[in-house]
Unconditional design. Sequence first.
Length: 61
Amino acid sequence: MTPLNRWRKSSYSGGGEGNDCVEIADLGPRIAIRDSKSPSRTPLSLPAPAFASFIDALKRH
């Protein structure tokens, strides 16, 4: 598991407590992704280039 201080919430998080979002952690060669409502669950981990491609695809659509 990643240290707590590595997790970052999306800048698009809504108001309130800001817990309805996706969080990411930069682990060097990999990027971990988790649901902020379930931080104790195992995060999804992708190679950094695959994560960058995923974000680029989201921006295009």
